[in-house]
Design a binder for this molecule. Structure first.
Ligand SMILES: Cc1ncc(COP(=O)(O)O)c(C=O)c1O
Length: 402
């Protein structure tokens, strides 16, 4: 029998993908915990709360209804697509119709679909860094070329129109925009969102705007939707969103993309041959979430804000660590540049990757190295975990580094 040679077993396209670093850190922490070690995990980007009760009850009811035991249209339950269009108007002020909505397996599939539909081989996608770790892989899976644009704390990790313009080439097809941002926790002010949107519209560049953290903003920071503050871009804009972060529903796998009709129809065709519809019961749960009130969301937001303040002040007190106060989402993204090169317990980490390994080994605390987000020297810590663990975990880091 002929054997497939090692080189050909996995396609080049897929072999080039790296494992999601955030999921890998989380998995390592969970494995250490399962082995009896006392590990605190700041890796996972998911709320620690259970899904609110009224949403779970709607799912239980859907489970018992044989209607839910069957396929829905690939693009999603019609009533859910309508609810998403209405919720979008309610929450961000963006007007769209139900046939501009495609229900996807989490926001992640919306990102994947978006790039599959708009990119041809060699198309460049401007990607402000630090970026969510999935974007470059998703772009590459569509044969696109991610063009990372570095930002630092000096500009609060916000990209400028000048930077975008300097990176624009004849191959530039799209821009990724994410505010509130994973991993930096930064929220762009409305005038900057508008300027970026106008720039994209002027140059005929697609914008894939990720609004998954829209409800999680702190202090005076407010979310603004790019196609609302820059309406000219609406015809070349894809909005990504989902229930995962807002309603503590990461496991239910419901997200969506909103875009011009031709793009959404193309993405529905793609999805009809890949995953088909999102689980019917999960769609019923999402419908309850989006049509219900936002009381539980407000409560969770307030808890995240309080935890973010605690984590920020504890991190900022560690010598050599600098940290912007989180403005949204649920992450601190401190710079550890002042710690690198120092000898700690006999080791001298020179990169954030090495430092994070040391922190895991010596302090038994899992944090995600900045390299995963295109930003060496930093690390991401999620504050979507219980207060006691949060304080204990950051105290351990402080004890190790001080
Ligand atoms: C910026 C951003 N977009 C999209 C997602 C996708 O979320 P999900 O696929 O769970 O809906 C995440 C999850 O970590 C995220 O951080």
């Amino acid at each position: 029998m002929a054997r497939i040679s090692e080189r050909l077993r996995v396609s080049r396209r897929i072999a080039a993908i790296t494992e999601s670093a955030t999921l890998a850190v989380d998995a390592k922490a969970k494995a250490m915990r399962a082995a009896g070690q006392d590990v605190i995990g700041f890796g996972a980007g998911e709320p620690d709360f259970p899904t609110p009760d009224h949403i779970v009850r709607a799912a239980i009811a859907a489970c018992s209804d044989p209607v839910s035991h069957h396929y829905t249209p690939a693009a999603g339950l019609p009533e859910l697509r309508t609810a998403i269009a209405e919720k979008t108007m309610r929450d961000s002020g963006f007007e769209c119709s139900a046939n501009q909505v495609l229900v996807t397996n989490g926001g992640k599939q919306a990102v994947y679909n978006a790039f599959q539909v708009i990119l041809d081989p060699g198309d460049e996608v401007l990607l402000p860094a630090p970026y969510w770790t999935t974007y470059p892989e998703s772009i590459a899976l569509a044969d696109g070329v991610p063009v990372a644009l570095s930002t630092t704390e000096a500009t609060e990790f916000r990209v400028s129109v000048e930077q975008l313009e300097a990176a624009r080439t004849s191959q530039t097809k799209a821009l990724v925009f994410c505010s509130p941002s994973n991993p930096t926790g930064v929220v762009y002010p409305p005038d900057e969102v508008a300027a970026i949107g106008r720039w994209a519209a002027e140059h005929g560049i697609w914008v894939v705007t990720d609004e998954i953290y829209e409800h999680l903003t702190f202090g005076t920071h407010r979310f603004s939707s790019l196609p609302v503050v820059a309406p000219d871009v609406a015809e070349s804009c894809i909005v990504v969103n989902g229930v995962a972060k807002t309603y503590a529903m990461t496991g239910w796998r419901v997200g969506w993309m909103i875009g011009p009709r031709d793009v959404v129809a193309a993405a529905s065709n793609l999805q009809s041959h890949s995953t088909s519809n999102v689980a019917n019961v999960s769609q019923a749960a999402a419908l309850a979430a989006l049509t219900g009130d936002l009381a539980a969301v407000a409560e969770m937001r307030a808890v995240f804000e309080r935890r973010g303040t605690v984590m920020h002040s504890m991190l900022s007190a560690i010598p050599g660590v600098r940290c912007i106060k989180p403005q949204g989402a649920f992450y601190c993204f401190p710079s550890f540049a002042g710690v690198l090169g120092r000898t700690i317990r006999g080791q001298t980490p020179t990169s954030s990757l090495e430092l994070c390994e040391l922190i895991l080994e010596e302090a038994r605390v899992a944090v995600v190295p900045g390299e995963a987000f295109g930003a060496q020297g930093y690390a991401r810590l999620s504050f979507a975990l219980g207060d006691d663990d949060l304080v204990e975990g950051v105290s351990r880091i402080a004890a190790l580094l001080s």
